[in-house]
Design a protein around this ligand. Structure first.
Ligand code: PGA
Length: 239
């Protein structure tokens, strides 16, 4: 472990499994310190080992927690039901929320008015812990390059690369072309931010965004994390 940037602490672990267990430990510590914690969870592949570790911690008391997630697809207007893709609400239910207590807030309910979702977090005093993955282009949640540190929750067009990566093809009928995301403003307002990055493909972007002593840059949204006083980066590679 070594810290190179004020506010950003790095923990380099042997593998993705260990990153998941360490992230689950942070969540457990947050729950112990603040039984009514406001927690914001990520989706994607990277956090899967964390969710598995959390499912194996039945002693955790989630009953007072207020639970949110980072982003959600906007269903296409003409989409048949059931939707042909997994929503992030379904992901959250599958990975964790179906097996724990707590007050669950699904972004899909505020998809037409994304600032309402963010306002719910602010109304609870802001997030105690936001857990993030990172895209190879430096995005956090769906804050793609160009996002400003004061950006609000908003609707965004999915980049072709994101559509290809998430759905394996472009222009699939019934699949989303847009998403809603928390903005950098509410992410950066969290008391603690945990960034999970596993696999060699993420090494370069973590170094560029967080380790280099250059000013934060909108082209690399994760670089705004350098301005936050308490960020923990968990990796399975040397930074
Ligand atoms: P991944 O996505 O965990 O599936 O790599 C991370 C992200 O794009 O934020």
């Amino acid at each position: 472990m070594h810290g190179d940037m004020p506010g950003v602490q790095y923990v380099c672990l042997p593998d993705a499994q260990a990153v998941g267990v360490c992230a689950a430990d942070w969540v457990a510590r947050t729950l112990q310190d603040s039984p009514q914690a406001v927690l914001v969870f990520p989706t994607g592949n990277t956090p899967l080992p964390m969710y598995e570790a959390l499912r194996h911690r039945p002693e955790l008391d989630w009953s007072g927690t207020r639970l949110f997630h980072l982003d959600e697809y906007v269903p296409p207007r003409d989409a048949r039901r059931p939707l042909p893709y997994e929503t992030y609400a379904e992901y959250m239910r599958r990975e964790l929320w179906d097996v724990i207590d707590g007050q669950k807030h699904y972004f899909i309910q505020d998809v037409d008015e994304p600032t309402a979702y963010e306002a719910r977090i602010a109304g609870l005093g802001g997030a105690d812990l936001v857990i993030l993955g990172i895209g190879v282009n430096g995005h956090i949640a769906f804050n793609e390059p160009g996002a400003k540190p004061d950006s609000p929750a908003r609707r965004v067009a999915l980049a072709p690369a994101t559509i290809l990566s998430n759905f394996k093809a472009l222009n699939k009928p019934g699949y989303p072309t847009h998403a809603v995301t928390l903005g950098l403003k509410s992410i950066l307002s969290a008391r603690h931010i945990l960034l999970l990055a596993t696999g060699q493909a993420k090494q370069q972007v973590v170094r560029q965004a967080l380790l280099e002593c250059t000013p934060p840059d909108a082209d690399l949204p994760a670089s705004w994390l350098k301005t936050h006083p308490h960020v923990t980066v968990l990796t399975d590679f040397e930074v």
